[in-house]
Write a protein of this length. Structure first.
Length: 271
């Protein structure tokens, strides 16, 4: 077997969590990542017949049976992942009963996956129906995005348009817009179900007064979506309260979307 600590997917989780912590997106034990892995690749590093223990999921993930994920642990600090990945990360497989996770590696202190794993798995199920190349769900608490929640209506169209009209690249990076949920109790199946429903139409979902959920085909795409939202939110807040002299007009949004041949939300453009 190859050294699991040198596996590309472990290294990528180590780099990404460290970067997110450095950016201030994941204070303390805030935030979580789940990354669906290729069984053949994982088999080069782990004996897939050896299950360390089983952990209840708290809901039924029928369409994910047999799928393998590397997931950040509950109560774990992102800043510690790069120094002790085997304690702060775990590799799990969804068992045949669809309600249990089989631990294949990690959580060596007896811990388990993030409490928001049900929300992640619900999003994985939705996004895989929309895009078979989907692999990553990322949740974090970006500072400016959260601050923007305080001063703008928590509505899909309103929030999306505010960002689109702040920074030219936004309609190119997330032409499908952003879904927005009101404040809800986190770590529950209810918020997971609401997020998954929004993910039918969006790859990004704001959790009102809490954070953001991003999904994508790989770590770069998912990180980049959130990074772009956060940069635009920062620009929006820097200009808030000042006389608005310039903005990107709707016809200009259409022009850039057509130039880059992206399928944007037509109902978010004023006719």
């Amino acid at each position: 077997m190859k050294n699991i600590f040198e596996a590309p997917f472990v290294q990528e989780m180590m780099r990404t969590t460290a970067n997110m912590y450095r950016l201030g997106w994941d204070e303390r034990n805030g935030g979580n990542i789940s990354y669906m892995l290729d069984e053949k690749e994982v088999g080069e590093y782990l004996d897939l017949t050896k299950v360390i223990r089983t952990i209840p999921l708290g809901f039924q993930a029928q369409s994910l049976v047999g799928k393998i994920f590397i997931v950040t642990g509950t109560g774990k600090y992102f800043k510690n992942v790069e120094y002790d990945p085997e304690t702060n990360l775990g590799i799990i497989r969804i068992a045949k009963d669809a309600t249990t996770a089989e631990l294949l590696w990690g959580y060596k202190d007896g811990g388990k996956f993030t409490s928001e794993l049900p929300a992640h798995l619900m999003t994985h199920m939705t996004r895989l129906r929309k895009d078979p190349d989907h692999r990553v769900v990322m949740h974090c608490h970006p500072t400016n995005t959260l601050a923007m929640n305080q001063v703008i209506e928590l509505d899909d169209r309103t929030f999306t348009r505010a960002l689109w009209k702040t920074c030219t690249e936004c309609i190119v990076v997330f032409p499908d817009g952003i879904g927005v949920l009101p404040w809800m109790v986190c770590g529950t199946n209810e918020i997971g179900e609401a997020t998954a429903e929004k993910m039918e139409d969006y790859r990004l979902v704001i959790w009102g007064m809490h954070g953001i959920y991003g999904s994508g085909k790989d770590m770069d795409e998912t990180f980049g979506l959130i990074e772009t939202v956060e940069k635009a939110a920062q620009l929006y807040l820097l200009a808030a309260g000042l006389p608005r002299v310039n903005t990107i007009r709707d016809e200009e949004l259409v022009a850039v979307a057509e130039r880059f041949e992206v399928d944007y939300r037509k109902d978010f453009i004023n006719a």
